[in-house]
Design a protein around this ligand. Structure first.
Ligand code: NZQ
Ligand code: ZN
Length: 421
């Protein structure tokens, strides 16, 4: 195992009814800015519940908050829109941010938290360009998570897009970890099926980016990772397994028994958080190439984050198999139960291992398809021209030697993209 420092300061309140803890967490007298997206929280009642807690419940506890709102933080949160939120923070002297929503709302709020203290006269986009270096302070953040996927509720990362230059870049700062996050699985009952599926795929790939590298003798990290993968497969299958039997596939009536099953939702929610809260990534090498290439696909073509991952990751396993073979074989055996049954004596070990790896890649693709997430660029009407466009973007962002060994060159990216068509 590699040396590491592990510190995660986020307090998690997990379970039905835990939203009530908001008032315990936020000090009396704060000027709170509630940040949210396009209104899903008004439709599912989460907004009303948060508001009532911050007013009536707070009053019953002898507290009084001044509550303001900033909405419209859409998927792939944009710098341009967030800058309008920064004006509210300054004019209303906001001293606490409460993000209510999915990863985009939480990421956008992290940007606002850091931008609030960013040096006068400097453009806060620098925070992103410098990947978070230079952030010395941030406003405190709390979150109410409504979409299990990104892990943003329990990490210090954010991914922000700039519409004018079609860029999508990530930053990290220890100052933007939420102080607390509320994870109530019942808030996820209102998710449309494609968002549930996207969340499962995103979490799955977060684990794989930290697991599918090379072995450093870290069995506990491997087993944490495999446990999350197996949970996502089992629970995801419960929700989606009968989808092809539905008469009307566009209706949200898949596996009725499970769609509102609290335990299924709870397991998916905690699995998603644990996929990217740093724990499984310490002490082991990490990859993140699928994400880096995927972000460029979102910036260029507007595909949802998880859609890009489901396209790139299977091809990346295929192209980068040599350096990842030991872990690929372990993944095949422990996650997909593919056993080495080399009955053909004429076949050499190498060919046999390649067959096993191909089977594991096939199983991964089947899983994404079972969830209803497409696995080829052509499924989105994107053709050959994408290859050079994305390579140009990778080069512009200096992503020319990525992966756990820095051996995923532009040529390898080309192969991966061609393989994804
Ligand atoms: O905007 P609203 O109306 O809230 O609707 C959202 C949005 O349309 C909706 N939604 C959320 N909760 C819901 C709901 N609809 C019904 N019921 C609910 N309970 O779902 C849609 C997607 O929301 P979004 O927040 O965009 O999804 P997600 O959580 O997948 O976040 C994606 C963003 O996170 C970034 C991605 O790049 C992308 O920008 N990531 C952040 C990471 C991090 N901070 O660590 C890591 C990830 O790898 C990822 O890159
Ligand atoms: Zn992701």
């Amino acid at each position: 195992m590699l040396d590491f420092v592990f510190h995660n300061p986020v307090r998690i309140h997990f379970g039905k009814g835990q939203m009530v803890k908001i008032c315990d967490e936020i000090e009396d007298g704060k000027n709170i800015l509630i940040t949210y997206g396009d209104g899903s929280i008004k439709q599912n009642g989460v907004y009303q519940e948060v508001m009532s807690l911050l007013t009536d419940k707070a009053k019953s506890l002898g507290k009084k908050y001044n509550v303001f709102e900033f909405s419209g933080i859409a998927s792939n949160p944009s710098y341009e829109h967030l800058m309008t939120g920064l004006e509210i923070i300054k004019s209303k002297k906001i001293d606490f941010l409460l993000a209510v929503g999915g990863g985009s709302v939480i990421d956008g709020t992290k940007f606002l938290a850091a931008a609030a203290f960013y040096s006068k006269g400097k453009d806060p986009w620098e925070i992103v360009l410098k990947r978070g270096r230079g952030v010395e302070r941030a406003l405190p953040i709390g979150t109410v998570l409504t979409l299990p996927a990104t892990g943003s509720e329990m990490n210090g990362n954010a991914v922000i897009s700039k519409k004018s230059s079609k860029e999508k870049l990530a930053f990290y700062s220890p100052h933007v970890y939420p102080k607390f996050s509320i994870l109530d699985p019942t808030t996820t009952f209102s998710l449309p099926k494609n968002q549930i599926a996207n969340g499962i795929v995103d979490s799955f790939i977060h684990v794989m980016e930290q697991y599918l590298t090379y072995s450093v003798n870290s069995p506990i990290q491997d087993r944490f990772a495999e446990g999350i993968l197996l949970t996502l497969i089992e629970e995801g299958t419960k929700i989606f397994k009968d989808k092809d039997k539905d008469k009307d596939k566009d209706k949200d009536n898949l596996s009725e028994n499970y769609i509102r099953d609290y335990n299924v939702r709870a397991n998916i929610m905690w699995a998603a958080t644990c996929s990217l809260n740093n724990l499984i990534g310490v002490g082991v090498p990490q990859d993140w190439s699928t994400h880096l290439i995927g972000h460029e696909l979102t910036a260029e073509y507007g595909l949802a984050h998880a859609e890009t991952l489901a396209i790139i990751f299977p091809s990346l396993m295929h192209v980068m198999r040599e350096g990842k073979s030991e872990k690929l074989l372990q993944y095949a055996s422990r996650v997909w139960k593919i056993e080495n049954e080399n009955e053909n004596e004429n076949e050499n070990e190498n060919e046999n291992e390649n067959k096993i790896i191909d089977l594991a890649i096939g199983k991964t693709r089947e899983f994404f398809e079972m969830l209803g997430v497409k696995i080829n660029l052509s499924d989105y009407g994107i053709g050959e021209e994408a290859v050079n466009k994305i390579l140009g973007r990778l080069e512009k962002h200096n992503l020319i030697k990525i992966g756990e060994r820095g051996d995923l060159t532009l040529e390898k990216s080309r192969e991966i993209l061609r393989n994804s068509l």
